[in-house]
Design a protein around this ligand. Structure first.
Ligand SMILES: O=C(CO)COP(=O)(O)O
Length: 252
């Protein structure tokens, strides 16, 4: 079974529509073929229209950073998964540690979002990861496994086969402190084993698992060489065209 690597930028609350178009124009002709490496940018909702239009006809895939679990209704300020799909968005990040922390998202909310994203024909990128405190207490496996179990609750093996999971240790996000490639591999392997226990071997072989946390051109190759790491979810180093291109073209 071969999983197509997926390198995703998570722009967080950076970039406006004008900068988005400039970025896409700078990278779009130098992206790898999508069958070799999937190049994805997940952008703020207000930039998605510009991103989709600029990326049209290129190998750049487009994702959102969040959405709600209802398609419509009285939910002021939320983003509809049905509208994201209609626009042409393929992926939606859910459960990022910044959303869990600053916006108090629970595992239950994240699970509802996963279901809504699949119901609308898109693919969730389910984030998980432990704090430094949890790792120092030696409880990181327990923590991440419980986030995965809660996030996947009620999803079918067909859905989980298409899912992307991102392991992002909170202590490595935006800190310049990358988990070592062995630490990252160890947790990604644990996640794959958890999927195998919950579903079956085939589903575990299909699910793609990214590592995130201070991924940059200098360390991407080493991380991607690990057997259970199928991609990266990248914040800071995805904001500049040169750096993004170096990440997605890591095989060259
Ligand atoms: O949170 C992240 C991606 O979702 C990681 O951010 P950095 O790559 O800036 O550490």
């Amino acid at each position: 079974m071969s999983r197509t690597p997926i390198i995703a930028g998570n722009w967080k609350l950076n970039m406006n529509p004008k900068e988005t178009v400039e970025f896409v124009n700078a990278v779009k002709d130098q992206l790898p073929d999508s069958s070799k490496v999937e190049s994805l940018i997940c952008a703020p909702a207000v930039d998605l229209d510009a991103l989709l239009k600029a990326a049209e006809g290129s190998n750049l895939h487009v994702g959102a950073e969040n959405c709600y679990w209802e398609n419509s209704g009285a939910f002021t300020g939320e983003t509809s998964p049905a509208v994201l799909k209609e626009m042409g968005v393929q992926y939606v990040i859910i459960g990022h540690s910044e959303r869990r922390g600053y916006f108090h998202e629970t595992d239950e909310d994240i699970n509802k979002k996963a279901k809504a994203i699949f119901a609308n024909g898109m693919t969730p990128i389910l984030c998980c990861g432990e704090s430094l405190e949890t790792r120092e207490a030696g409880k990181e496996n327990e923590w991440v496994v419980s986030q995965i179990k809660a996030g996947l609750e009620g999803l079918t093996s067909e859905q989980v086969s298409k899912l992307v999971i991102a392991y992002e240790p909170i202590w490595a996000i935006g800190t310049g402190k990358t988990a070592s490639s062995d630490q990252a591999e160890e947790m990604c392997k644990t996640i794959r084993e958890t999927v195998k226990d919950l579903y079956n071997e085939e589903t575990a072989e299909n699910v793609r698992i990214q590592y995130g946390g201070s991924v940059k051109p200098a360390n991407v190759k080493e991380l991607m060489a690990k057997p259970d790491i199928d991609g990266g979810l990248v914040g800071g180093a995805s904001l500049k065209p040169d750096s993004y291109l170096a990440l997605v073209n890591y095989q060259d």
